[in-house]
Design a protein around this ligand. Structure first.
Ligand SMILES: [Zn+2]
Length: 544
């Protein structure tokens, strides 16, 4: 006699027939499998279709993306680790999840140098008056409310480090420009479209020559990128002026300062170029800088973790992953506000249409990805039991675009399960996605890498660029207006469906690693990335 156990899952979405057949003869087993196939496939497919349809409907008719974007980017603002805005962001996310009936908490993983950005105001005072376009770098010391007025001078071209040392006293009470002035503020695409081929080639050659001359100029000072500002500061400079062009109209990258007492200011390409020309022609340009900031001392740092508990396999996990922190040159809309919105919206939708998942679903909003995946590395270190039982992780972190690429990250059987899950995704979303299986593990690109290094099946939902690298990645232009809501909505639907499918999958995902291919550049085999410890005390230890 054959015994069947029929299990109705709590949400009545799925019906499982579990044959107790291990001690049956082979022929009989085959018969059972055949009968099961007839009975279960239509039932499962029908339920699956209904859930997928409900996900799409919820995402398109009840979308919260615009409101989430407004609250996160406009009201909370940039999310630099250690700042009060970052803490506000974590609290906002926890409250938002609670409103949706989803448990969430902020888990502390470390401490970071606390800092608060105030206003930056930069004016050209002489030879004429004009407000300039720029801002101080992250963690920069300020000038105080009164501000500082001083002449601007250029980093000189000296013969060697001894000559530079004897020149150094000249910086006393001056602002010093330490970046190469760019020969053009037009991005290359613009030259490609309008320039004659000859003048485009000529510009590129001149720029290459300028770049190598500049590398020599800075090398001859005897200082490096981070030690030069400190040397200028110690010699009495009033402030450091730089310009880190991002090769797009009006786009500059805004990172962190290394000065301890004086401000480090980034100016727009042309305002910087104009000051440089004034200094070189002997116009003795003078600027006034009011830059306010507060050093807040050590501040706790967090990951926001939201959880929808599993009902049948609560100790197996699917993680929706996106870093929560940003640089603070703008509001971090595409790095990684959009990834954050995708994961939050997917969680909201799942809670609505699939409230009792088979496996536990977690959203991980990591702190301090930008300084070296610190939040996710700490989570991997602190939660080995979750990493060991991870069914899958989906991370999104390269801008606002629709997902166009999924790699198997080197997991030998990734094709089987990801292929199975993707099959459930509506064609108008999945047709844009190229897959590579088994692929190879990505280096340290974003937080999925922290999990892949630990051997756990974690995947990157990789987006169409929408000019991410030049225009929004770590720039002063990474703002709400760059969000492409239709693409973000598709990504939320994709993530919710992949999560649902991973949760319902009768099989636990395989972690078997593939033999990695040879790197054509080095001729050696790619190696599996190693687990690295997070920096849990950023900016607080003397060696930082
Ligand atoms: Zn990012």
């Amino acid at each position: 006699m054959t015994t069947y156990v029929i299990v109705l899952s709590q949400n009545n979405m799925m019906v499982y027939f579990t044959p107790i057949m291990l001690n049956q003869p082979v022929m009989k087993r085959r018969l059972i499998i055949f009968l099961l196939a007839i009975v279960t496939v239509p039932v499962l497919a029908q339920d699956q279709d209904q859930v997928v349809e409900a996900i799409v409907k919820e995402a398109t008719q009840q979308s919260q993306l615009e409101r989430l974007a407004h609250e996160l980017m406009d009201v909370v603002g940039p999310r630099l680790v250690g700042t009060p805005e970052m803490k506000n962001a974590h609290d906002w996310a926890v409250n938002q999840y609670k409103e949706w009936g989803i448990d969430a908490e902020n888990q502390q993983w470390g401490e970071w140098r606390g800092w608060e950005r105030g206003i930056t105001h930069i004016d050209l005072i002489s030879p004429r008056v004009r407000t300039l376009n720029g801002m101080m770098l992250a963690w920069s010391p300020g000038t105080g409310k009164k501000g500082v007025t001083a002449e601007v001078i250029a980093l000189p071209d000296v013969t060697d480090s001894a000559a530079f040392a004897s020149w150094l006293p000249n910086v006393k009470d001056k602002f010093v420009m330490i970046s190469m002035p760019q020969p053009t503020g037009r991005p290359d695409e613009n030259w490609e479209e309008f320039a004659t081929e000859e003048s485009f080639e000529k510009m590129k050659e001149e720029r290459d020559a300028m770049n190598s001359a500049w590398r020599e100029r800075t090398a001859k000072t005897g200082y490096g990128r981070r030690s030069l500002p400190v040397a200028l500061e110690e010699a009495g400079a009033a402030g450091i002026i730089m310009s880190y062009w991002s090769r797009g109209f009006g786009a500059n990258k805004i990172f962190g300062a290394s000065t301890k007492e004086i401000p480090t200011i980034d100016l727009s390409l042309e305002d910087y170029g104009m000051l440089w020309r004034m200094a070189e022609y002997g116009d003795k340009p003078e600027i006034r800088v009011v830059a306010e900031s507060k050093d807040l001392g050590p501040q706790p740092t967090f990951n926001t973790i939201a959880t929808i508990p599993g009902t049948e396999k609560p100790d197996e996990y699917i993680i929706l992953s996106a870093h929560f922190d940003s640089w603070d040159g703008a509001t971090g809309a595409t790095d990684n506000g959009t990834g954050t919105m995708v994961m939050m919206e997917a969680m909201r939708i799942l809670k609505e249409v699939y409230p009792n998942p088979k496996r536990t679903i977690i959203a991980g909003h990591w702190g301090s990805e930008e300084q070296g995946l610190n939040g996710s590395r700490a989570y991997v270190e602190d939660h080995p039991e979750i990493v060991a039982n991870l069914q899958a992780l989906f991370n999104q972190d390269n801008g606002t675009g629709r997902v166009v690429n999924i790699s198997g990250q080197g997991f030998l059987h990734s094709y089987d399960y990801i292929g199975r899950w993707l099959d459930a995704v509506p064609r108008d979303i999945s047709r844009h996605i190229e897959t590579s299986f088994p692929g190879r593990p990505g280096g340290g690109g974003s937080d999925y890498a922290s999990f892949v290094a630990a051997g756990a099946p974690a995947f990157s939902l990789s987006s169409l660029s929408w000019s991410y690298w030049n225009y929004t990645w770590h720039t002063n232009l990474d703002t709400y207006d760059k969000i492409v809501f239709d693409d973000v909505r598709n990504n939320a639907i994709l993530t919710a469906i992949l999560t649902y499918m991973a949760s319902e999958d009768p099989e636990h995902t395989s972690r078997e690693k593939s033999v990695l291919p040879v790197n054509p550049r080095t001729g050696e085999k790619y190696s599996w990335p190693e687990t690295r410890s997070p920096n849990r005390r950023g900016g607080l230890d003397s060696e930082d």
